[in-house]
Design a protein around this ligand. Structure first.
Ligand SMILES: Cc1cc2nc3c(=O)[nH]c(=O)nc-3n(C[C@H](O)[C@H](O)[C@H](O)COP(=O)(O)O)c2cc1C
Length: 313
């Protein structure tokens, strides 16, 4: 997730354990080839290159293939092609979900990327498309499968369905039935109850967790315990997690990025706190790194009881 799943947050999640595969923030193929001074930060293969997939977003087949070729010079596990982003400034230029509009163009991109990256993992992240036309989705995904995609992640919403709208996991099940490659489901998993509900809807298989991983970097470890039947209390010291996050942020991100990355993280993380939504909204809009850290730790000083978080699913 852009501005969230940088190396710092990934290391923090890994320190809790439980996450099998990490996806980087989307990396712009155009920016990477243009060589901005920030690009090295996007391609740090922490915490573990063998578990890291770099996601690319872009508008041209040429650039995306070139960027993928460069990325596999690192030891990363693979490359993911973003065909799901619905942000208007990306779609307008032909990136993200715009790739779903034409099967032949998408297939050509997947085939060339497949050839460029050899035996590294190649995956594609999708939404349902412009509408919830299952037949169209299945034929698109079958074509990507034939073109060499190793797996697909489906966030089952149409292009225009907003964040608040429930993802339709029945489509994950339907797509799983039609493909031979794995289909990872994504969207709306916030804890144990929502995980179990989504698995009931879609059948067993991999899941991707997005925003909840910023709210609760321990969520993968916690959910794995629950799934294995371990119902013991899961207790987290939020102040320690926040301190560790800021230390890792300092270590893994350029100074220019610190305010925006801290603000974005805190806007999710603060929802662990009583009345945290107001704090999260205020700090999420802040442009001062010192203010974000200062106010968060002042909150913990004023409310020492809030440091202890018990995960309830
Ligand atoms: C701040 C933010 C940044 C995101 N950036 C990306 C991205 O770079 N690539 C991507 O495939 N999806 C991105 N997404 C979408 C998420 O990967 C995911 O599909 C969506 O949030 C639904 O999953 P969730 O309910 O588990 O968060 C982003 C979402 C958010 C909120």
């Amino acid at each position: 997730m852009a501005t969230l799943t940088h190396a710092g947050l990934r290391v923090l999640i890994d320190e809790f354990g439980g996450c099998d595969l990490f996806f980087s923030e989307m990396i712009s193929a155009e920016a990477m080839i243009g060589g901005t001074r920030y690009e090295p930060y996007y391609t740090v293969a922490a915490p573990d290159p063998g578990k890291l997939i770099f996601q690319l977003v872009g508008y041209s087949e040429e650039r995306l293939v070139e960027a993928a070729t460069r990325l596999v010079q690192t030891e990363a596990a693979g490359v993911d092609l973003n065909m799901g982003c619905s942000a208007p400034h990306i779609v307008r230029k032909g990136g993200g979900i715009a790739w779903m509009a034409d099967t032949d163009t998408a297939v050509a991109l997947v085939e060339r990327t497949r050839n460029a990256i050899g035996d590294r993992s190649l995956s594609v992240k999708l939404r349902l498309g412009a509408s919830d036309d299952l037949g169209r989705l299945v034929s698109f995904c079958r074509a990507l499968e034939s073109a060499g995609a190793d797996f697909i992640t489906l966030h089952p919403k149409t292009r225009r369905e907003a964040a608040a709208r429930m993802a339709r996991w029945s489509f994950v099940r339907l797509l799983r039935d039609e493909l031979t490659i794995p289909v990872i489901g994504n969207g709306g998993i916030t804890g144990e109850q929502t995980l179990r509900a989504r698995l009931r809807e879609a059948g067993s298989g991999g899941v991707m967790i997005g925003r909840a991983a910023a709210r609760a970097p321990w969520i993968f470890a916690y959910l794995k315990r629950r799934i294995s039947g371990d119902r013991s209390e899961y207790r987290v010291d939020l102040a320690t997690v926040a301190e560790r996050f800021f230390r890792l942020l300092d270590q893994h991100q350029p100074a220019d990025f610190l305010p925006t990355r801290a603000a974005r993280f805190v806007s999710y993380f603060a929802s662990n706190l009583a009345f945290g939504h107001a704090l999260g909204a205020r700090l999420g809009a802040s442009r001062s790194y010192d203010q974000i850290r200062g106010e968060l730790f002042a909150y913990f000083d004023d409310h020492p009881e809030a440091k202890v978080h018990l995960e309830r699913g």
